[in-house]
Design a protein around this ligand. Structure first.
Ligand SMILES: [Zn+2]
Length: 374
């Protein structure tokens, strides 16, 4: 198969890294990718996801007609990054890109975008036969996979999808991910003066502390986790606190285990509240659905075989994180997450290995080549 152009890929990657595009503020990145899609000859749609979630732009869906009659393939990466990105000072040490340590690098997920663009350039330059391609660039992935949650799936026709958006050496194929529920608790106690009449008060802080202390949290088994992430409440040391807000989450690849864990966390708080006359409000939000690809899915077969071709040992595995692949699978696209060679995403020590990025782009080219034979 034609080889990707390392210089062009690195130039694209560096250009993308220079763009600030945090969640809901993806317009500069969308404009850059939109121009590239037009230049490559795509038919481009921007959906109304930005309107729905309060962002600057929507998801970008770019269609390339096939040169052979085979099922369309979908490639997806996300526009947004976590913070901080402003004022990136790019460092290259040998085969590694990093920031200067004061910002993230943003390889999550610019590595994915750059690899998809390089794959498209390589197809165009080589005239390599390919099936129809759908390239989807999503918004607000980093704040709860919101862009793909509200994506206009009427535009999606591809049965098989590849989402380069995971850390680790290239060759990892993630075929299973958990569902997540977000839990908002509000504990209502009763305010009282802490010095004059504390006995008439009910401390929401004490209820919250006792309830959380009873919860099974952290890693619960190989497919289930839970965490209390945010707690706030109270006004002053001389007031018995009447209100505490708690934000928590649970995840599992097993729906029953997820439901049981959420019920357990809720019961811990409600029982402690009932014992002292406090109450608990609980609001559950399904953040993203679980998915598990069948071992014989053509997606897994193509990704595995293509990884072998590019010399990246394929490793088929599950993850504890959510991504755009969760929603694609819910909507009938057999989508796997691919590793990209970045490390420490979301940290100021984030890095991207250059050779791995080149292998990633070549991996995508080989996947397309296999798709053309289908
Ligand atoms: Zn990502």
């Amino acid at each position: 198969m034609p080889a990707v152009n390392r210089e062009r890929l690195l130039a694209t990657f560096v250009d993308l890294l220079g763009v600030n595009a945090t969640s809901r503020k993806e317009k500069p990145m969308a404009e850059m990718v939109l121009a590239a899609m037009h230049e490559l000859g795509a038919t481009v749609h921007l959906d109304d996801a930005g309107v729905q979630i309060g962002g600057e732009v929507g998801n970008l869906i770019a269609d390339f007609p096939g040169t052979v009659d085979a099922p369309p393939l979908l490639f997806c990466a996300h526009f947004d990054t976590v913070q901080p990105t402003e004022g990136l000072v790019l460092r290259q040490t040998g085969e590694k890109f990093t920031s200067d340590g004061t910002t993230i690098l943003g390889a999550d997920d610019r590595a994915g975008i750059a690899a998809i663009l390089e794959m498209l350039h390589t197809l165009r330059d080589s005239g390599m036969p390919h099936p129809p391609l759908q390239c989807v660039f999503t918004i607000a992935e980093e704040i709860g996979v919101m862009g793909s949650m509200v994506l206009d799936y009427s535009l999606i026709t591809a049965p098989y999808g590849f989402v380069p958006d995971s850390s680790g050496p290239v060759g990892r194929i993630i075929v299973s991910a958990p569902a997540q529920q977000h839990i908002d608790f509000v504990v209502h106690g009763k305010a009282a003066h802490a010095g004059m009449n504390p006995e008439t008060g009910v401390s929401a802080i004490t209820v919250a502390a006792k309830g959380i202390a009873r919860m099974k949290l952290g890693r619960l088994d190989d497919e289930t986790t839970a965490n209390v992430g945010i707690i706030s409440g109270g006004h002053a040391t001389n007031i018995v606190a009447d209100r505490v807000e708690i934000e928590a989450e649970a995840r599992s690849r097993n729906p029953q285990k997820l439901a049981d864990q959420v019920a357990h966390m809720r019961a811990c708080l409600e029982e402690e509240a009932a014992a002292v006359g406090a109450t608990v409000e609980c609001t559950l939000t399904d953040t993203f659905p679980a998915f598990t690809l069948a071992a014989d899915s053509p997606t897994v077969r193509m990704a595995t075989q293509a990884a072998e071709t590019v010399g990246a040992p394929p490793v088929v595995m599950a993850t504890g994180g959510g991504s755009d692949a969760n929603f694609f699978n819910q909507h009938g696209v057999q989508a796997a997450i691919l590793s990209t060679g970045y490390e420490n995403p979301h940290g100021t020590n984030e890095s991207q290995d250059i050779a791995q990025l080149v292998t990633l782009a070549q991996w995508l080219v080989e996947i397309v080549a296999l798709g053309a034979q289908a």
